[in-house]
Design a protein around this ligand. Structure first.
Ligand code: OSB
Ligand code: MG
Length: 368
């Protein structure tokens, strides 16, 4: 591979319904799409999952654009690259900025899969024909509204229901859900809304047979998570705390986590995601693929990653129609009775809808 041109687009897509976490509400999803062109004309796509504001992590759409334009793109353009695993090595002297790095790396994986005439899933080493999907539900105005939503998603066949929690929207919410849906796989995601002072409150969640509690404590705190896990029966699953294989190893060795949520952007790309997957498989730590309210392009990458063997728990990669009126790929990602069928065509496996992308583009720049 030898990349001769890269185009970055800032796209803005309105969410079908607002999504509220413990750190804020998303109505409009702003993100970057990256199009890389190989010298033979093959085109690959990547998505930056960084948000408009630094709530989930320190990266933003603008910091990603800056990193891409000033550091990452110049390191990639016109360089011979044999395999996409080389990209993270090329970037290794640049600290963090994982979502920016992942944006380019994803496009290179897409090109590599096309040039070797295989699906991205196969290129990564995955072989599932379909993947199990769960759904993540934001904080609602009332428990009644939440119960109605969950009921609808359970009827649609989603394999696991994840509910966002925060102080004041936790124990009673989970109690009601467990009572109303005794047989459904339920979990909670706190997005770092608690501290060790909340141990007694968090222990009350043990009564509800949750699959796991995701990221209860601070994003940079794997030590307190180990302490908390000693007091909880419910398994802890780390999300925000995991940026690399090294973070994963430390969290597993400390006993801070029993399950890992892998997000491609957060760990700097598919190569690192695969390494975390392989390490967790060896340690018998199940993993699942997290979501960042992606467009079809990021979603397609998530689908491909989820085909790896140790993605044994349903992830957050729901169908496109849960988020968007019209996605940027054709066909869009469809969840049928809680399964997504993995495309078999070369590359990310979905066609790019350029008309749709153009209609969402608010800014654009090419680099040669
Ligand atoms: O913590 O997993 C998270 C959305 C925005 C920011 C962080 C998270 C989430 C989700 C939604 O849970 C996942 C999705 O449906 O894409
Ligand atoms: Mg999370």
């Amino acid at each position: 591979m030898n990349i001769s041109e890269i185009t970055i687009r800032h796209v803005q897509m309105e969410m079908k319904s607002p999504f509220t976490t413990s750190f804020g509400t998303f109505k409009m999803r702003d993100f970057l799409l990256l199009e890389a062109k190989d010298q033979d004309g093959t085109i690959g796509w990547g998505e930056s999952v960084a948000f408009h504001s630094p709530w989930y992590n320190e990266e933003t759409l603008k910091t990603n654009w800056h990193m891409l334009e000033d550091y990452l793109i110049p390191l990639i353009l016109h360089k011979d690259i044999e395999h996409p695993d080389e990209v993270s090595e090329i970037f290794s002297h640049i600290r963090k900025n994982n979502m920016a790095k992942s944006t380019i790396e994803g496009a290179i994986w897409d090109i590599y899969a096309q040039k070797t005439n295989q699906s991205l899933a196969n290129a990564l080493g995955g072989d599932k024909e379909k993947i199990e999907v769960g759904i993540s539900i934001g904080i609602q105005n009332s428990i009644e509204e939440l119960v109605d939503l969950v009921d609808g998603y359970v009827k649609e066949g989603y394999k696991r229901i994840k509910v966002k929690i925060k102080p004041g929207w936790d124990v009673e919410v989970m109690r009601t859900l467990r009572e109303t849906f005794p047989d459904v796989q339920i979990m909670a995601d706190a997005n770092s809304a608690y501290t060790l002072d909340d141990i007694d409150l968090l222990k009350q969640l043990d009564a509800f047979d949750l699959m796991m509690i995701e990221q209860p404590l601070a994003s940079d705190d794997i030590v307190d998570h180990a302490t908390l896990q000693q007091h909880l029966q419910t398994p802890i699953c780390l999300d925000e705390s995991i940026h690399s294989l090294e973070d994963t190893r430390k969290a597993v060795e400390l006993g801070s986590t029993k399950i890992i949520n892998i997000k491609i952007g957060r760990v700097g790309g598919l190569t690192e995601a695969k390494k975390i997957h392989d390490y967790c498989m060896e340690k018998e730590i199940p993993v699942w693929c997290g979501g960042m309210l992606e467009s079809g392009i990021g979603r397609a990458h998530n689908v491909a990653l989820t085909t790896l063997a140790n993605f044994t728990l349903p992830g957050d990669t729901a169908g496109s129609s849960r988020y968007w009126e019209k996605d940027v790929i054709k066909p869009e990602v469809v969840s049928e009775n809680g399964y997504i069928h993995v495309p078999k065509t070369a590359g990310i496996g979905y066609e790019i809808d350029r008309e749709a992308i153009d209609s969402y583009t608010v800014d654009k720049k090419s680099y040669v």
